[in-house]
Ligand binder design. Structure first.
Ligand SMILES: [Fe+2]
Ligand SMILES: [Fe+2]
Length: 225
């Protein structure tokens, strides 16, 4: 087997199955009322992953690998929402091996995918995992809520729907990573956000520490963490 040096996100997107599986997985979990985990979420997560590592001065190749992990991270939804980080890592293993990616690089990507879920006690086990946790957890927005009837909203739908803007700012000089959000408090209170997202914010805090950074959370211009 010849390993392909420098497999890129572009090469990954050209694979005949990857996008199909991601679209199907998102459709399946849509049937059980989950929020959107569509290609836009994958694209956004991939580009934030790249930016985090690149702006903090990590090697470009490591940033590209983080983008690959970011793009693939929710592919396990195809198997089951529960444990989708684990199943996603296994699916990713087969796909990346088939694409001829360097096994040492595959290992980094799998560690990141398998550690992005708070339910599976995900941890920043490597730099890619840290970037992926921060990128994924910062994509909170009303556009991800699929339900149209507010009466059917789960608490997670309500909080996502309340978020009208969300941006992750990385400052390499102060080594501060800030998640800045605007929440419509008529839809959900800031406390409502904490109820749902506290575990995710703890993960972000640890992920930032792994990258020798400090994590800050600002909601409606008030610093909360
Ligand atoms: Fe996920
Ligand atoms: Fe995700």
């Amino acid at each position: 087997m010849v390993w392909k040096k420098g497999l890129t996100l572009k090469d990954l997107k050209a694979h005949h199955l990857i996008q199909k599986y991601m679209v199907l997985g998102n459709m399946y979990i849509g049937h059980i009322g989950a929020i959107e985990h569509n290609i836009e979420h994958a694209e956004l997560t991939a580009s934030i992953c790249y930016d985090i590592l690149d702006s903090l001065g990590y090697p470009r190749r490591e940033a590209e690998l983080a983008a690959i992990a970011g793009y693939l991270h929710d592919i396990g939804n195809l198997v089951n929402r529960d444990g989708h980080g684990m199943s996603g890592a296994i699916i990713g293993f087969h796909l990346l091996l088939e694409l001829g990616m360097d096994p040492a690089e595959i290992a980094l990507v799998l560690g990141a995918i398998g550690n992005h879920e708070e339910q599976a006690e995900g941890e920043a086990v490597n730099n890619l995992a840290a970037a992926l946790i921060l990128a994924d957890k910062s994509d909170v927005h009303r556009s991800r809520v699929r339900k149209e009837d507010v009466a059917e909203f789960t608490p997670r739908d309500r909080v996502n729907y309340a978020v009208t803007s969300s941006v992750l700012i990385v400052d390499p000089d102060t080594r501060k990573i800030t998640l800045k959000m605007e929440i419509n408090t008529e839809v959900s209170s800031v406390m409502g956000y904490f109820d749902i997202f506290l575990t995710k914010m703890v993960m972000c805090h640890r992920a930032a520490e792994h990258l020798y950074c400090h994590f800050e959370l600002i909601i409606n211009d008030t610093r909360l963490l």
